[in-house]
Design a protein around this ligand. Structure first.
Ligand code: UDP
Length: 468
């Protein structure tokens, strides 16, 4: 079948690299393995694409079209102080006419897939007359929570944060009040919560879900949600198989080549995570105190209260100098550690044999990439749903240990050193590593030709090709 006449899937992607990355891989599989055509419409949120975005965009698989929808006038109406969440919602709502127009010109359409902003996507799907599927880029546990939010809201009298008992969902780790996703912590009368509740209700109107998880990681995904007849397909772990590497990446990889097997702690808080000035200093000194080798992807400190000041890769223009590190730190660490400025080739790093553990903000891609390489995790959740991910990885899956916060949320240098030594030097750390390796094998199996995730993608692709 010629490319033009193949049924096409339109994938709507919100302006976060953490979503674009697995969506690219989903699109690649639909095209390469199932003969569908795929176009990703990426609602950019900044006028000029960041260096990180360009690196990811350069890795677009063959046969997949990536179209960045951006109109500066879209964002001009927002005050500079608008939150990340406001920006994303705003970009999604404003891009609606352009999405419909672009999609119409790409018929025949098989399905619309959206990663978030489901309310806006439902309206687009209705206008185009195609089914809407949600590609959920976080674990099933979080989707299960979202799908239960309307009932949870009706059942709770005060604030979610006042609950004495954790939230218990079938097969999922109990979710303590303090670990709830950021909007649920915001207070039930807040605008953020109202939007979250509205968005969660919209999820139930989707025609089905593709979740970036796998059966052996979250067996509960097979059960779906009681009382809701929503098809749920576990299609993960999806991550870029051919990530682009740029010249400066080679420095990290060459350095890793020279380190002993399993000796290096990799530290990164994803595409958006930023630490305060004080926290940056504590982390640096804690790494030093631990006595272990490390690669740290350090972003310029930022006092953003949520800790996601760099979510749009907006370090562009910031001077890349590492002048925010404690005095003398880089000199003292010359032979022990490497500090990468702002961005590093994460999947290549995690698959390197020198890596011993990963200090992560628990962004879901980072977690899956670590699991796919059998690397145990030190969970340092920051915002969004990351605390739920951390609880699940520590208490249910057994591949992570979580940092302890001081009053005020700081992770002090002693704690950084303690947790590194725990994972790198103790029997408990060895157990985490063993669990991570076992899970790696199960993940690879899920992705193999006969594996559960490959079968799930085939099932959904056949459904779309048949016009259902
Ligand atoms: N990433 C990377 N280099 C970096 C930071 C992040 O390649 O220096 C990639 C990482 O491999 C992952 C994605 O960006 O695929 C981040 O997604 P995640 O869900 O972990 O976190 P988010 O950035 O969405 O918070």
């Amino acid at each position: 079948q010629g490319a033009a006449s193949r049924p096409r899937v339109i994938l709507l992607c919100s302006p976060c690299l953490g979503h674009l990355i697995p969506i690219l891989e989903l699109a690649r599989r639909l095209v390469a393995d199932h003969g569908l055509a795929a176009t990703i419409l990426f609602t950019a949120a900044t006028p000029s694409p960041s260096e990180e975005y360009l690196a990811v965009a350069a890795a677009v698989p063959e046969g997949v079209d990536l179209v960045a929808l951006h109109d500066e006038s879209d964002m001009a109406a927002l005050p500079p102080s608008a939150s990340v969440r406001d920006r994303i919602a705003h970009a999604a709502a404003r891009s609606h006419p352009r999405v419909v127009q672009a999609a119409r010109s790409l018929a025949p359409l098989a399905a619309l897939v959206a990663d978030a902003n489901v309310t806006a996507a439902l309206a687009v799907a209705a206008e185009l007359g195609v089914p809407l599927y949600v590609f959920f880029t976080s674990p099933w546990t979080v989707l299960s929570l979202l799908l239960h939010v309307p009932e949870l809201d009706a059942a709770v009298a005060g604030e979610h944060t006042d609950a004495a008992e954790p939230i218990r969902l079938p097969g999922c780790v109990p979710i303590a009040a303090a670990d709830l996703p950021s909007p649920m912590l915001a207070g039930r009368s807040s605008a953020a919560y109202a939007r979250f509740l509205h968005g969660a209700s919209a999820f139930r109107k989707a025609d089905g879900f593709l979740v970036n998880t796998f059966r052996d990681l979250e067996p509960a995904v097979l059960g779906g949600v009681d009382g809701l007849r929503l098809p749920v397909h576990a299609v993960g772990p999806l991550m870029l198989t051919r990530p682009a590497t740029v010249a400066r990446d080679q420095k990290c990889l060459r350095w890793l080549d020279q380190q002993p097997r399993g000796s290096v702690v990799y530290v990164s808080f994803g595409s958006g995570g930023t630490l305060t000035w004080q926290q940056t200093a504590e982390l640096a000194l804690g790494l030093e105190m631990s006595g272990h080798r490390f690669i740290w992807v350090a972003k310029r400190p930022n006092e953003d209260p949520l800790g996601c000041g760099a979510l749009f890769g907006s370090q562009a223009g910031a001077d890349a100098a590492l002048d925010f590190l404690p005095e003398g730190f880089l000199e003292r660490m010359t032979s022990v550690g490497l500090v990468a400025e702002s961005w590093a080739p994460q999947t290549a790093i995690l698959s390197h044999q020198s890596i011993g553990c990963f200090i992560t903000h628990c962004g879901w891609n980072s977690v899956l990439e670590s699991i796919l390489n059998g690397v145990p995790l030190i969970a340092w959740p920051m915002y969004a749903e990351q605390r739920v991910n951390a609880a699940m990885l520590e208490q249910q899956v057994g591949v992570a240990t979580r940092v302890k916060l001081e009053e005020g949320g700081l992770v002090c240098k002693e704690e950084v050193a303690r947790v590194i030594k725990h994972v790198m030097e103790t029997v408990e750390g060895e157990t985490l590593r063993k669990m991570a390796c076992e899970l790696k094998d199960k993940a690879l199996h899920a992705l193999s030709a006969e594996g559960s995730s490959t079968q799930a993608i085939a099932q959904i692709a056949n459904l779309w090709k048949s016009g259902s």
